[in-house]
Design a binder for this molecule. Structure first.
Ligand SMILES: [Zn+2]
Length: 264
C-alpha cells in the first residue's frame, strides 16, 4: 500500500500540530463521478433559512451571527450568515460589499474580548450550501495554537466556563448592535444565592437568556459536530451599511457595520 508508506508531511512536525506519536497517512479514496448535494442546497431544506432570529446572538436586515450551542475550548467561535439563501460566489454587489464590512466588524468585536489574541476567519462551504463564515478566537499567549490547526485545538482544549462564554456572546452582540441591527444575546443573570446554596450545573443553567437555542432548532453544535454532520443556517434580509462610525469602529470614513472548522 503505497499510501501507507508515504512520508508524513512537514506540518506533522510543526509546534502547532496537535498530535504526536505514530501516525500514518490514510489511503486516498477514489474520486466520485458526481458529488452529492450539500446540506440545504434547496432553501426549503436549509437550516439557516429555517432558523428563527432568536437562535442567533445578533441579527440585522441582511445578516445574522450565531454561536455554537455550547461553549467549547476556544474563547469564541461564531458564524456570520447572510439572510439570503446564497453562497459566497453568488452574492450580489451589495451583499458582497457588506460581507467585507461585517467581516471586519465582527473580527474587531471578537478581538476585543479579554484574552483573545487573534481571530481566524474561514469559509469552507463543503457542508452546507448557505454562506457561513467562521470566526475563531485564538487565546492570547497560546502560541502553540497559531495557524491552521486552531479548529482542531477547539475540541482539545478544556471547555471555557459557560458564564464567561455567555458574557462574551453578549459583549459581541452589543458591539455589533452599536452599528445597527439587534443584539439577541444578553449577559447572564447574576445569581444571588449564597455560596452554600448554589447548584452547579455543567450544562444548561436554567435561565440564561443569551445564546443559542434549544435542541429543536437544528443548528451546529460545535465545530466538530459540524464536521461530522454538517449543519448551518440562514434567513431573510434587510439593513444597510451604516455610514457613520463610532469610536469602536476604527475603520475610516467608510466603515460600516460577522460555518467553520470542520468546517464545512
Ligand atoms: Zn438558506
Amino acid at each position: 500500500m503505497p499510501e501507507n508508506i508515504a512520508p508524513l508531511p512537514d506540518f506533522t512536525r510543526w509546534p502547532s500540530f496537535p498530535f504526536e506519536g505514530d501516525m500514518r497517512v490514510k489511503p486516498l479514496a477514489d474520486p466520485v463521478e458526481v458529488e452529492p448535494p450539500r446540506s440545504g442546497e434547496d432553501a426549503a431544506d436549509c437550516v439557516a433559512c429555517n432558523t428563527p432570529d432568536e437562535s442567533y446572538i445578533w441579527v440585522s436586515e441582511r445578516w445574522r451571527v450565531r454561536a455554537m450551542d455550547r461553549p467549547t475550548g476556544l474563547p469564541m467561535v461564531l458564524i456570520l450568515e447572510c439572510r439570503s439563501h446564497l453562497d459566497i460566489g453568488d452574492l450580489p454587489n451589495l451583499l458582497a460589499a457588506e460581507l467585507g464590512v461585517m467581516t471586519v466588524r465582527l473580527e474587531r468585536a471578537v478581538r476585543s474580548l479579554d484574552g483573545v489574541a487573534r481571530v481566524h476567519v474561514n469559509r469552507w462551504g463543503d457542508g452546507s450550501a448557505h454562506l457561513h463564515m467562521w470566526f475563531l478566537a485564538r487565546p492570547y499567549g497560546r502560541l502553540q495554537l497559531r495557524g491552521t490547526f486552531l479548529t482542531l485545538w477547539d475540541d482539545i482544549l478544556p471547555v471555557i466556563p459557560e458564564q464567561q462564554w455567555r458574557e462574551n456572546l453578549a459583549h459581541v452582540a452589543a458591539w455589533l448592535a452599536e452599528f445597527g441591527g439587534k443584539a439577541i444575546a444578553e449577559p447572564p443573570h447574576i445569581q444571588w444565592e449564597s455560596p452554600s446554596t448554589i447548584t452547579y450545573t455543567d450544562t444548561e443553567p436554567a435561565e440564561q437568556p443569551a445564546a443559542p437555542p434549544p435542541a429543536e432548532v437544528p443548528q451546529p453544535n460545535t465545530l466538530n459536530d459540524v464536521n461530522r454532520q454538517q449543519s448551518p443556517v440562514d434567513g431573510p434580509i434587510s439593513e444597510s451599511i451604516p455610514t457613520q462610525r463610532t469610536a469602536q469602529d476604527p475603520g475610516a470614513t467608510s466603515t460600516p457595520q460577522a460555518q467553520a472548522p470542520s468546517h464545512s
